[in-house]
Design a protein around this ligand. Structure first.
Ligand SMILES: [Fe+2]
Ligand SMILES: [Fe+2]
Length: 374
């Protein structure tokens, strides 16, 4: 799929604006792309790294598991999956409750950007590298993420919106991360992505009356792709034991705390969306963190203690702080600036309180490979 050139026609052609009733706001492809362009602490970013260092990875220490994983990805079990078929029910965008519509579109734009962020990074690694193992893996992962982003864009297109992925590739800011930070952050985002998709899928399997859009039916096979991507990063980290030892454990804890708390805050910004799904966002967060923690024991020697008495109250503090920051931004002027400053200080304090909760320690197994079990 050519994701780079495909969406341009939607920006050049006139896309029909979608009326978000009650919000006095017209969401268009241009606005959707603007949303995807945003770089805040809570929005998905694009990353770049030291590609030469990554290209130099020798996968010999994990060769057996590596070859099995690659063979499975080459067999491409989801080749035909990301296409609309007879299971794709008609979506009544105009009849959708306005607040839900607004939040759901925001969810789709944010998910599309996150999927595409993976695609951009993986594709670049494939382009720059010369190590056959590494370039093959990254090409396979870029293939999957392009499908994922394209499929979400297909769903958005029915609402008259498309994120201009070609424009994003050229214009969105790239954040530099050292390779080891890419491993921690990307491994976690793949595994938490799996946990998020499968938790929603299983919930809607049990409660189909809450499935207000057909895209959720696609989540089961979808999350298996993310699972494999996470497995690949676990193997990459396994090639260098230093990455999960010593002071790096503090970095792992930092990324765990950042990824979990960001998810919590972001999800709590979409109450109507979770209400429509029949999902309590606190239950959902706890469920996703539990699954992700269980999985990440395959490679990380610690997990966060999400049952600790300081955990939930500080997530809530962080959430309230983010509301203060958003209000300050909206208000503008000196008053708004002060409000933002207060909110940032509160968020930092909550983050430190979360980060300093003693972690649970684990013995990491000799081989990492897992299969999706949820
Ligand atoms: Fe994906
Ligand atoms: Fe992925």
């Amino acid at each position: 799929m050519n994701v780079q050139s495909e969406p341009r026609k939607h920006m050049n052609g006139k896309s029909s604006p979608v009326s978000l009733h009650g919000t006095n706001e017209n969401m268009t492809s241009e606005k959707a792309t603007d949303v995807a362009m945003q770089d805040t602490l809570l929005t998905p970013r694009f990353y770049t790294t030291d590609f030469d260092e990554m290209d130099a990875i020798d996968v010999s220490p994990v060769r057996e598991d590596w070859d099995k994983l690659i063979a499975q990805m080459v067999s491409d079990p989801n080749k035909g999956h990301f296409k609309k078929n007879e299971d794709w029910d008609h979506v009544d965008w105009d009849g959708m409750e306005p607040e839900l519509k607004k939040e759901f579109i925001d969810f789709l734009i944010s998910s599309c950007t996150a999927e595409f962020s993976g695609c951009v990074l993986y594709k670049e690694m494939k382009r720059r590298g010369s190590n056959k193992d590494i370039t093959q893996l990254f090409q396979l992962m870029a293939r999957d993420e392009a499908r994922h982003a394209g499929f979400i864009n297909d769903a958005l297109r029915e609402a008259g919106i498309a994120v201009n992925l070609g424009f994003l590739t050229q214009q969105k800011k790239y954040t530099y991360f050292r390779p080891k930070f890419i491993y921690y952050a990307t491994y976690l985002s793949e595994k938490i992505g799996y946990a998020r998709y499968i938790t929603i899928f299983r919930h809607l399997q049990a409660n189909p009356e809450h499935r207000f859009h057909p895209i959720f039916k696609w989540f089961e096979e979808w999350c298996n792709d993310e699972f494999s991507h996470g497995e690949a990063f676990a193997l990459l980290m396994k090639t260098d034991p230093k990455l999960t030892k010593g002071h790096n454990v503090l970095w792992i804890k930092f990324f765990l705390t950042a990824v979990y708390s960001t998810m919590y805050v972001r999800d709590h910004q979409r109450p109507a969306f979770h209400d429509a799904l029949g999902v309590d966002p606190d239950w959902y967060a706890h469920e996703v963190f539990t699954k992700t923690s269980k999985l990440s024991q395959q490679i990380f020697p610690i997990t966060l203690d999400i049952e600790h008495p300081r955990w939930q109250p500080n997530l809530e503090r962080m959430q309230r702080a983010s509301v203060t920051v958003a209000k300050g931004k909206q208000q503008g002027g000196l008053g708004g600036l002060i409000k933002r400053g207060i909110g940032m200080a509160q968020a930092t304090r909550a983050f430190i309180a979360l980060y300093t909760i003693p972690a649970n320690k684990h013995v990491v197994p000799a081989t990492t490979r897992l299969e999706p079990a949820y």
